[in-house]
Design a protein around this ligand. Structure first.
Ligand code: NAD
Length: 479
């Protein structure tokens, strides 16, 4: 009999709920496993359990929390090949990318094991004789974590690890599209020595997300996903005293200057725009290129796109797997049609592909002769569809890059450090890169955006403590 993968509530695996098959996007005949979708009642049980367990976890001491996180990190790293294989099978990114993600998830847990030990408060200079003032960092309480499908281990790791490190309890709602990675992570956490109820997982769709974000005992929500859902969550928690952190979409620009090294520019654009099928929030979807290098850049990039091997994510030598879902594929096809109807010139790709197994295969699309008013340059596509916008110089490039509702990541390719300095000063995005792709941040660095891309304190790195702890100020006298 097939194993049914349940939800984790108060230290128990709960098998009741709708059972859904998890399908491999590289091969639609491959059923990876069966996963239970939690109901609203389980969300309530999970939040209640987290609420009961939290204060004991906070008082247990940073030593225990660090040990638990360290054990989780070590197991993720030791099993990164196997976990990466499963991730590639259910999400469609290549084996290499998926195994690197599993490795990174382990590194994130290990990093936050250290952070648990490094948490400090502050003692202020006394203003009044005999009155000491302390600033303490304390846990926020019960934290709801809602994640998208595009980094099924990485994003859960960078939310769960700091939440637990600083003494919070967690109710984790992964994306319904990638339950296998979430289940494997929950199973590792469950065996790590963590007390029952401190970490809970409820797999499900929007109904489960709504039940979580509207639960009266929730103290904080950290969400990564689309702007549309992020704005709904903001409305759901508004006025209820719930801390909120949103990491949302992007429309990221890569600027290519006349003095750029052509090979660096082409490889950065290829990687940033198309790896993981462009399904990265930091993907470069607008390639803003100065006129002197424009034609050579377009030719070089088009040749590289045509050399990409697209196929089953689990096959060696494949550069791009399938899109993650039918919806993702249809959405990219739709935006290619929109681009064509807006008068952009489609130079490469943009159509569905057939492979040996039935899957969501799509050829990466490159548009040229586009302008920044077109929908393909204003709306997040979240697929392998990039547009080239020709500009005269750095001033125009920066103006075009900043003319966006989003401000997540941006990059520049230049050999001139002064040009890079101007870019760093003038670009209105939270994460910048110089002579590197716009996607692919180091695991110890913070993650943040501007405008509609983010809300609340940054994620990751030492900055994570700003969201996962609350400050308490104590004035005290002992006479
Ligand atoms: P999505 O917004 O559709 O779903 C994200 C999560 O929210 C899922 O778990 C989903 O089940 C849940 N959800 C849906 N409706 C909900 C509701 N009303 N209340 C509570 N939860 C609800 O996003 P997606 O398609 O999974 O992911 C793609 C999006 O994520 C893109 O916009 C991408 O840019 C963004 N993203 C952002 C970052 C970042 O760090 N800024 C990283 C990765 C992905």
């Amino acid at each position: 009999m097939n194993k049914i993968h349940g939800n984790l509530v108060n230290g128990e695996w709960i098998q009741s709920g709708d059972i859904r098959p998890n399908i491999n996007p590289s091969d639609l005949s491959d059923v990876i496993g069966e996963y239970v979708h939690a109901g609203v009642a389980q969300v309530d049980q999970a939040v209640q359990a987290a609420s009961v367990a939290q204060s004991k976890w906070a008082r247990a001491g940073a030593g225990l929390r660090a040990d638990v996180l360290e054990r989780i990190g070590i197991e993720l790293i030791q099993r990164s090949e196997e976990l990466g294989r499963m991730l590639a099978r259910e999400e469609g990114k290549t084996l290499k990318e998926a195994q690197a993600e599993a490795q990174r998830a382990g590194q994130l847990f290990k990093f936050f094991a250290g952070e648990a030990l490094r948490l400090t408060g502050e003692s202020l200079a006394p203003l009044r004789e005999g009155v000491d003032v302390e600033v303490l960092r304390t846990p926020v309480g019960v934290v709801g974590l809602i994640t998208p499908w595009n980094f099924p281990l990485g994003i859960p790791a960078w939310k769960i690890a700091p939440a637990l490190a600083f003494g919070n309890s967690v109710v984790f709602k992964p994306a319904e599209l990638v339950p296998a990675s979430a289940w494997a992570l929950a199973e590792i956490i469950h065996r790590s020595g963590i007390p029952a109820g401190v970490f809970n997982m409820v797999v499900g769709g929007p109904d489960v997300g709504v039940a979580l974000t509207t639960h009266p005992r929730l103290n904080a929500v950290s969400f990564t996903g689309s702007v549309h859902v992020g704005e709904k969550i903001a409305q759901a928690v508004m006025g209820r005293g719930v801390s909120l952190q949103l990491e949302l979409g992007g429309k990221n620009a890569l600027l290519v200057m006349d003095d750029a090294r052509l090979d660096v520019a082409v490889e950065a654009a290829l990687n940033g725009s198309f790896m993981s099928c462009g399904q990265r929030c930091t993907a470069s979807s607008r390639l803003i290129v100065s006129s002197g290098i424009h034609d050579a850049f377009v030719e070089g990039l088009t040749n590289r796109i045509r050399s990409l091997k697209i196929g089953n994510a689990l096959e060696a030598g494949v550069d791009l797997g399938p899109m993650a879902s039918e919806f993702q594929l249809a959405n990219s096809v739709k935006y290619v049609e929109i681009g064509q109807s807006e008068g952009a010139e489609l130079l490469a790709g943009g159509s569905r592909l057939e492979r040996a197994t039935r899957g969501y295969y799509f050829s990466p699309a490159l548009f040229v002769e586009t302008n920044n008013a077109m929908r393909i340059n204003r709306e997040e596509i979240f697929g392998p569809v990039a547009s080239v916008i020709r500009v005269a110089d750095l001033d125009e490039a920066l103006a075009v890059a900043n003319d966006s509702d989003f401000g997540l990541s941006a990059g520049i390719i230049t050999t001139n450090p002064h040009t890079a300095a101007e870019f760093k000063r003038g670009c209105e995005a939270g994460m910048l890169s110089v002579n590197l792709p716009t996607a692919g941040m180091d695991f110890h660095a913070p993650m943040t955006g501007r405008k509609r891309s983010s809300f609340g304190p940054p994620e990751k790195g030492t900055y994570a403590r700003d969201f996962y702890t609350a400050i308490k100020v104590v004035h005290q006298q002992w006479t």
